[in-house]
Write a protein that binds this ligand. Structure first.
Ligand code: ZN
Length: 275
């Protein structure tokens, strides 16, 4: 009899350990955190629809940078509104739309957030925030400058939109951010920190070199996160296939957890589900 009681207790412990492990895997990453940063959405296209469908069908998540002035049709507005409602199991959006500037302009080498003053940058950030929040109904907490080009005043301009918590940047080009923007790669994020900066690890323009990413896994797995910048608008069938292969490389082996930028910000603040 004692043997059966013992067996019963051990079985219960194993069941509770298993469910405990499941809880942990829901609330904390299974290895590396991967943040996908897809740039340059204006009006929706077949490529964009295909990209977002792959993300949602594979039960992962991604972030998509919107150029507000390039969203011109009712159909695009409605589609972005519809997609922004789609949630992961943890209630965070499956696709997080973020502020990729208002015009994405580049004139004589001067881009929207380089070579212009604080007032101009503030204005463009806020025009885009208003469009995302009020027209697209996609609350926006993240920003990334067009062409990964910002200047010494971009941090000040961003401070005028306090709802922006995450700055996606390519620190090789963009070295002007102020000290209050902390990179979790190098500094511990405290509960009071409202500004984090995430650095792009992989920057792909027309292609997506999955070999490069996969070969780097041994180094990447020790980082808190990696950020992959992509441009699905340029992809052909082969690129889409490579993207799915990359998703499966991480997912099927349980090597990583995909998060959106603002979800990662909340995760660092120990908030594992959205309201
Ligand atoms: Zn861009």
């Amino acid at each position: 009899m004692i043997k059966y009681v013992y067996f019963f207790i051990v079985s219960c412990c194993l069941v509770s350990m298993t469910s405990c492990t499941d809880n942990v895997s829901l609330n904390s990453p299974n290895g590396l955190v991967i943040i996908l940063k897809a740039d340059d959405l204006g009006d929706t296209t077949a490529n964009w629809n295909r990209f977002m469908k792959i993300v949602i069908d594979n039960n992962i998540c991604a972030s998509v940078g919107i150029i507000s002035k390039n969203v011109t049709t009712d159909g695009s507005v409605k589609e972005i509104q519809r997609v922004s409602e789609i949630r992961q199991d943890n209630k965070f959006p499956a696709i997080e739309f973020w502020n990729h500037g208002y015009t994405h302009s580049k004139i004589n080498g001067v881009t929207e957030f380089s070579g212009s003053d604080t007032e101009n940058q503030t204005n463009h950030i806020q025009l885009s925030q208003n469009f995302l929040n009020k027209t697209l109904l996609a609350p926006c907490h993240s920003f990334g400058a067009p062409f990964n080009r910002s200047s010494g005043v971009t941090s000040k301009a961003l401070a005028n939109s306090p709802e922006i918590n995450v700055w996606l940047c390519y620190q090789k080009n963009e070295k002007h951010f102020m000290k209050e923007w902390k990179d979790p790669n190098v500094k511990v994020i405290n509960s009071t920190d409202q500004h984090i900066i995430l650095n792009t690890d992989y920057l792909f323009l027309h292609d997506i070199s999955i070999g490069q990413v996969i070969n780097n896994y041994e180094q990447d797995k020790d980082k808190p996160y990696i950020l992959i910048q992509i441009h699905p608008a340029y992809w052909n069938n082969s690129m889409f296939n490579k993207f799915e292969t990359l998703i499966h490389y991480y997912k099927d082996r349980h090597l990583a957890t995909f998060m959106t930028p603002y979800q990662y910000f909340r995760y660092l603040h120990k908030e594992y589900t959205a309201n």
